[in-house]
Design a protein around this ligand. Structure first.
Ligand code: DGJ
Length: 738
């Protein structure tokens, strides 16, 4: 058994390398004891549960003066009865009071893990030894039941938590906050590592030491956002990619989130993650329940590469659509940066034809194929073909692409509406707005009320019809503005704070209906690049457009940052034209490809205008990627050199296959320096005993040599060979030999 209950009150959750321990106190509260490296079950854990009475704060009750909520390391904390830190939840009771005192009722362990209804969630459908513990707590005066769920996924060292509130009282109550998970760490000697950015520079690593008080990241955009990502880590100060203790937390959620660390007066660090309490509320009628999204927690003592790898393995087995987690993703060409809105049937067919010639496997028609859309001012919502551009409809283009034995993908932005559209003429009431107030535009567009089932029915019918009629293989689901005027015309006054959460539930519902009706269609999510790059989306759409910034140098940082919390095959990575559209930088097509290989590879440029030498280069790149695609998309990913530290001039990555017979390492150098230093590249994750060749050379290297002594990288090349310049990239293919 991996979950044990000792003496009816000590809960020990063990994964292959971790232990998570908590206890039910005699006063009824749940107290955390430990989360970290695995410890023996034959302990009483009494010492960890001891208390020190502090004169300066309140006690749980008169009979237990030394049980003081402010000092208890709690499992799921309330507010108003002595714990003055950030609470995990808060309720407004029928009498207006906001006091809830949860007491332990019982615990149950079951094998496996079921999916949640109406929310993306983790699962254990391949019998990977998951077990679920549910703890029932009750607030006696109001008959509120709170269940805390813990699932252990032992082989990936992951614990998944969530909470469910059920109102068994006689009157409605309001949930003011309901976070998904809480950890009260006994000290705060940790660095908080988050991933911040903006449009075109998403998920740059930010590392700072915890300080007394509140810190954290959040979104109030009804999307996880470009600015912050729900994934974060807490690492000991000496921890790096290769060693040290680190916790990772992520949310299976795409809406407003809050990741909070509250370092209290006694130096303990409370960690909370879940739906952002601001702009949230839930009116819970008697007899009904509210389920929080799931939070994912993982821990290792072996550094951040190990953490990323175990979380990545976990997502692929227990979160993303299983049909696609094992399927190799197609190499695509997308027409957006080639044509923007300006294309016709002939142009599209030519792009597809030339793409086929070089070995590309999928053609994606981006924005502008519908309504009368010639720019970004019109037609969102009008999901019928733009007859001016495509007078014969989509079918000839789709048939042409399929005739080339390529897949066909199509762009949609389902959640949006332009005022200049047929849909707005027909249903102005479907646009999110507060009656009597102007609605805030963004990219000339507005947002559909996804809480309204009629809106979702319309979108499902239109999109499903196009999928079926034209035979789509792939959909890029974009979302190019955030939500303002959070107001639901369908919701009562008491429910208005539910709007943002209900909006995301509506998005999930549409995703669920479309993916269920069309199981063969691969969805890629997108939000002006990587503005909704999160695990909620990944459940339905197993890959996402990482960023609108395809400059190779910028992408090193974006993909490196993203790789801490997400798998390589979740990241769409394309080679685009130079000078780069976002930064004007000139990089070689070689460097651009060597960065984009470490994701779902593709091109986003006008292939009909490329010179012969670039086409020849493309052909080689595609053949190379096809040969090594399984290791690029499904191998273990290592960050060898971190671009966010040092002089920010070098990054290096590596992917290794399952049996360690193949590894591909990359090294990127942004600016070149004259008279360069001596250089070795250190491989990781090889079999120390296997012999390898590197880049097809004749010398044989043992795995331990390549990992410990490293591999010499020549910087001054023989005459006639092009010397490394700025924005240079190298690949090193290590193959095991007999
Ligand atoms: C934003 C996306 O990130 C781009 O790739 C492209 O699809 C445009 N939207 C189209 O409007």
């Amino acid at each position: 058994m991996s979950i044990t209950i000792k003496d009816h009150n000590v809960f020990h959750l063990q994964t292959d390398h971790c232990s998570y321990l908590f206890t039910a106190l005699p006063t009824g509260q749940l107290a955390q004891l430990y989360y970290g490296a695995k410890v023996n079950q034959n302990n009483t854990f009494q010492n960890l549960a001891t208390r020190e009475w502090h004169d300066s704060t309140t006690s749980v009750d008169f009979d237990h003066p030394d049980y003081q909520k402010e000092l208890i390391k709690a499992e799921y904390s309330d507010f108003g009865t002595g714990d003055f830190r950030e609470p995990a939840f808060q309720i407004t009771n029928p009498d207006g009071s906001r006091i809830t005192n949860l007491n332990f009722v019982n615990a149950k362990v079951v094998d496996g893990k079921s999916r949640l209804a109406h929310l993306p969630s983790t699962f254990d459908e391949n019998a990977d030894d998951a077990q679920t513990l549910s703890i029932t707590m009750e607030d006696k005066p109001t008959s509120l039941k709170v269940e805390l769920f813990y699932t252990i996924f032992p082989h990936q060292d992951v614990i998944v938590r969530s909470a469910r509130f059920t109102n068994n009282g006689d009157d409605a109550i309001d949930i003011n906050r309901a976070l998904s998970a809480q950890i009260d760490l006994p000290d705060h000697d940790y660095d908080l590592i988050t991933f911040a950015g903006s449009w075109a520079r998403e998920r740059h690593l930010v590392r700072r030491h915890l300080f007394p008080g509140l810190q954290g990241v959040e979104s109030l955009r009804t999307a996880s956002s470009h600015q912050e990502n729900p994934f974060f880590m807490l690492a000991r100060p000496h921890t790096d990619n290769d060693q040290g203790a680190v916790y990772g937390f992520n949310l299976v959620y795409s809406g407003n989130f809050s990741d909070i660390v509250d370092v209290d007066q006694f130096g303990t660090a409370r960690v909370l993650t879940g739906i952002n309490p601001q702009e949230f509320g839930w009116h819970l009628k008697t007899g009904s329940s509210f389920q929080t999204p799931e939070a994912i927690m993982s821990f290792t003592t072996n550094g951040m590469n190990q953490l990323s790898q175990q979380m990545s393995a976990f997502y692929q087995q227990h979160l993303v659509n299983q049909r696609f987690s094992r399927e190799l993703r197609p190499i695509l060409i997308n027409n957006w940066e080639a044509t923007y809105f300006d294309f016709d049937q002939e142009k599209l067919m030519k792009i597809a034809h030339n793409a086929h010639e070089v070995g590309i496997e999928m053609f994606v028609l981006d924005d502008g194929w519908f309504g009368h859309r010639d720019d970004d001012t019109s037609s969102l919502g009008d999901w019928f073909v733009n007859e001016k551009k495509l007078p014969n409809g989509l079918q000839p283009v789709v048939d042409h692409v399929h005739g080339l034995k390529m897949k066909f993908g199509l762009w949609f932005e389902p959640e949006m509406i332009n005022k200049d559209s047929q849909l707005y003429q027909d249903h102005p009431e479907w646009m999110i707005h507060v009656p009597g107030r102007p609605a805030t535009p963004g990219r000339n567009q507005y947002v559909l009320d996804m809480t309204d089932p009629d809106v979702r029915d319309y979108l499902f019918t239109k999109i499903n019809q196009i999928i079926k009629e034209t035979g789509l293989d792939y959909i890029k689901w974009d979302m190019n503005r955030n939500i303002t005027e959070m107001y639901g015309a369908q919701l009562t006054k008491q429910q208005q704070l539910e709007f943002s959460h209900r909006y995301i539930l509506g998005v999930y519902d549409l995703y669920d209906r479309l993916t269920t009706a069309n199981p063969h269609v691969l969805f890629e999510s997108c939000a002006s690049g990587g503005g909704r790059f999160d695990l909620g989306m990944m459940y339905y759409a197993p890959q996402a457009w990482t960023s609108d910034d395809t400059d190779a140098v910028e992408r090193i940082f974006i993909q490196d940052g993203t790789s801490y919390g997400y798998s390589p095959n979740m990241m769409g990575a394309h080679v685009s034209a130079v000078p780069n559209g976002q930064v004007g930088r000139l990089t070689s097509i070689d460097t651009r490809a060597k960065v984009a290989f470490f994701g779902d590879f593709g091109y986003e440029l006008d292939i009909t205008k490329l010179p012969a030498d670039e086409l020849a280069a493309m052909k080689k790149q595609i053949a190379f990627y096809k040969k090594y695609r399984p290791v690029f998309q499904q191998g273990k990913f290592y960050r060898l050199v971190d671009p966010f530290s040092g002089d920010h001039n070098v990054a290096a990555w590596e992917v290794v296959n399952n049996d360690q017979s193949l590894a591909i390492a990359s090294r990127y150098q942004i600016l070149n320096h004259p008279n360069p230093s001596y250089l070795r590249l250190y491989f990781r994750g090889l079999d120390p005993k296997k012999a390898y060749t590197v880049n097809g050379g004749s010398e044989r290297f043992s795995g331990d040599l390549l990992m410990n002594a490293g591999y010499f990288v020549p910087r001054i090349l023989p005459a006639g060979k092009e010397a490394p310049a700025d924005f240079h990239a190298d690949l090193f293919v290590a193959k095991a030999v007999k």
